[in-house]
Design a protein around this ligand. Structure first.
Ligand SMILES: Nc1ncnc2c1ncn2[C@@H]1O[C@H](COP(=O)(O)OP(=O)(O)OP(=O)(O)O)[C@@H](O)[C@H]1O
Ligand SMILES: [Mg+2]
Length: 220
């Protein structure tokens, strides 16, 4: 099977790209899939996350040096993996981000429900549009991250989303301390065991929504 490629992108720093990429990759790995996290961010936080523990269930490699050739590098390795998850730097127009969007089947854009974060995400929306000139089938979804449900600001920002230009994935990540603990301990969410049951369910649901999206792309 040729790998399906998921690029996690946003111009906004700290939106949750690495957290989303690693939770998703870890959960796919725990489900028995062969998964590569291509750490395309020179900060290498995905790589550091995986290096803390010994048993992160996906390969994580620093590929930030590939820059604009990332898609060519990954194309040569598509048969080694079922899924390739690209964690990108907070730079919408960086060559490595363009390269990731050129290869991806699905682009996920994590957004914190705050107007500032939404405004700062407009550049990636434009970058995705430009990427479609070379990758016309690229499907993109916003992923609400650090959601605090039932707050007025969350509801207000969610109200702005239909006009944003990228549809919202019907799965969110709430603000949860266990997600920070995953990184601190080098685990996937499933690796935290019973203390992270609710979060593991949330990530499992998100994974299923992403897999459904990939199936839809494949069928079209
Ligand atoms: N759902 C969440 N619940 C709690 N903390 C979170 C959540 N998502 C992200 N964080 C925390 O927010 C911070 C930023 O997250 P992360 O590093 O994943 O963002 P990023 O978009 O990759 O940042 P950068 O642009 O610097 O690469 C981290 O401290 C992370 O642990
Ligand atoms: Mg990051």
């Amino acid at each position: 099977m040729t790998a399906k490629v998921i690029a996690v992108v946003n111009q906004k720093g700290g939106a949750g790209k690495t957290t989303l990429a690693m939770l998703l990759a870890g959960s796919l790995g725990n489900a028995g899939h062969r998964v590569l996290v291509a750490d395309a961010d020179p900060q290498n936080t995905a790589l550091r996350w995986a290096s803390v523990g010994e048993a992160f269930p996906a390969d994580v490699e620093d590929l930030s040096g590939e820059e604009g050739k990332l898609h060519k590098h990954l194309r040569k390795r598509e048969d080694e993996y079922d899924y390739i998850v690209i964690d990108s730097p907070p730079a919408a127009t960086a060559p490595v981000t363009e390269s990731a969007l050129r290869l991806a089947h699905v682009a996920l854009v994590p957004v914190i429900p705050s107007p500032l974060d939404l405004w700062a995400s407009e550049m990636i929306r434009d970058a995705i549009q430009i990427a479609r000139e070379k990758n016309p089938n690229l499907v993109a979804r916003l992923v609400m991250n650090q959601l605090q449900p039932n707050t007025l600001i969350s509801r207000e920002v969610i109200g702005l989303l239909p006009n944003f230009g990228i549809p919202l994935l019907s799965a969110t990540l709430r603000q949860r301390t266990v997600y920070k603990e995953c990184a601190a301990e080098g685990h996937s969410i499933e690796g935290l065991g019973s203390r992270a049951q609710m979060a593991a369910k949330e990530v499992d649901f998100l994974k299923r929504r992403v897999l459904a999206l990939l199936r839809k792309v494949e069928a079209s």
